[in-house]
Design a protein around this ligand. Structure first.
Ligand code: GDP
Length: 206
């Protein structure tokens, strides 16, 4: 089975549990601090320019956005976090929405936590990672903005990310650059594998 990332459609924006999709298709949930490049990672994955919105006002959209890929899986865009300027009211909305999503751990097939390859993960990153851990499902960490690192910084930074998030050995940390495309194949492979273990990404279709 092959994943055709050209067949990508926006399905729904959910602001409450009643709007969550529960139709049995696998769901890959993307989470990350505002401005970490979550939209850029999604766009790179789908090879689109403006599919997920890049550079919007951070923290303004407390919604969960669902994209269906190739009619085989959902890419679930969880609202960004950690933007200092949002009101307490917005933070509470974020927490309620995220909590209600994770109250139903069966919703997530795969978690994709996006962190900044340049920095030690924040306390908020750790909280998000703990949400993923609590599901008992597979998750990966994407270390984005790799292009901003010197070669000598890559290994130590990846090790710091693994250590700070206290990741079990089986959790992959994927070095990624939404800007350059680094890591796209690896992430696509992990996502494809959740549909079917033998499902490799097919470059001709992508
Ligand atoms: P989001 O808030 O997490 O969705 O972040 P965006 O996708 O809007 O990206 C935030 C900013 O980081 C934008 O200016 C992007 O161009 C930039 N950005 C995202 N990914 C990368 C990357 O891999 N490398 C570099 N150099 N910049 C990136």
């Amino acid at each position: 089975m092959r994943l055709n990332t050209q067949k990508a459609e926006f399905i729904r924006s959910a602001a409450a549990s009643k709007d969550f999709i529960r139709d049995g298709l696998p769901q890959a949930a993307f989470a990350g601090r505002s401005n970490v490049g979550k939209s850029s990672v999604i766009n790179r994955l789908l090879n689109r320019k403006n599919f997920a919105r890049v550079g919007g006002v951070p923290g303004k959209t407390v919604h969960i956005n669902y994209f269906r890929i190739d009619e085989k899986l959902y890419l679930v865009d969880l609202p960004g976090y950690g933007y200092a300027k949002v009101s307490q009211c917005e933070k509470d909305r974020w927490a309620r929405l995220i909590q209600s999503w994770f109250d139903d751990p069966a919703l997530m097939t795969l978690g994709v936590l996006i962190v900044d390859a340049r920095h030690k993960p924040t306390v908020d990153d750790k909280v998000m990672c703990d949400y993923f851990k609590s599901t008992g499902r597979d998750y990966v960490v994407v270390a984005n903005k790799l292009d901003k690192l010197k070669k000598s910084e890559i290994e130590p930074n990846l090790a710091l990310i693994r250590e700070t998030l206290d990741l079990p050995g089986w959790v992959k940390v994927i070095p990624f650059s939404a800007e350059k495309g680094t890591g796209r194949e690896e992430l696509l492979g992990v996502i494809s594998a959740m549909v079917s273990p033998s499902c490799a990404p097919e470059e001709n279709l992508v």
